[in-house]
Design a binder for this molecule. Structure first.
Ligand code: GAR
Length: 197
């Protein structure tokens, strides 16, 4: 069974979707630790409610140590709004995944997080947006794409409306990718990802 760490900065609804899928045995894995770089992130409470170790750590070295101590196989960035150094990403190559609330390579990279992503998509006038799960490399949002799904964008949508629609599909694709990772179904050739049936 894979050891999973989930890194968060906020509410943790994506974390919750993983917790639920583990509890319903859809995902064959175990969350060893939840780490937040924000002390009052609600996601820490969500973890504790399910008896999952939850810690506040903002120092990258301390985060790396905690992850190594727990011998994690998979690190899920689920609304973790701190950019990782190349020392961090190189220490866990092909083991870190991130969920981003747009169709990468649009509306991503440094400064694109949370509502800002959705406001940018609306201001640009796109008719579809979506969510992406990707491997994390040394640059922001540039790693190989594992899964994407789309939602329609209407001219009258607010950033909050779009965020709500996208969040629903985030929970689905993130859960599926974590499941596939735990089932050893994900392979990568250069930057193209294959998922075994
Ligand atoms: C999610 O929409 C996630 O995609 C986004 O933060 C939100 C966290 O929500 N991440 C980014 O913008 C990363 N660039 P949650 O705490 O409810 O899971």
């Amino acid at each position: 069974m894979k050891n999973i760490a989930v890194l968060i900065s906020g509410g943790g609804s994506n974390l919750q979707s993983i917790i639920d899928a583990i509890e319903s045995r859809e995902i064959k894995g175990k969350i060893s630790v939840v780490i937040s770089n924000k002390e009052n992130a609600y996601g820490l409470e969500r973890a504790r409610k399910h008896n999952i170790k939850a810690v506040f750590l903002n120092d990258e070295r301390e985060i790396i140590n905690e992850l190594k101590k727990n011998e994690v196989d998979l690190i899920v960035l689920a609304g973790f709004l701190k950019i990782l150094s190349s020392e961090f990403t190189n220490s866990f190559e092909n083991k870190i995944i991130n969920i981003h609330p747009s169709l990468i390579p649009s509306f991503c990279g440094k400064g694109f997080y949370g509502l800002k992503v959705h406001q940018a998509a609306i201001d640009y006038g796109v008719k579809v947006s979506g969510a992406t799960v990707h491997f994390v490399d040394e640059n922001a949002d540039t790693g190989a794409i594992i899964a994407q799904d789309t939602v329609e964008v209407y001219p009258e949508d607010s950033a909050e409306d779009l965020q709500k629609k996208v969040l629903e599909i985030e929970h689905k694709i993130l859960k599926k990718v974590v499941k596939d990772f735990c089932d050893d179904k994900i392979r990568k050739k250069d930057r193209v990802v294959f998922i075994d049936k």
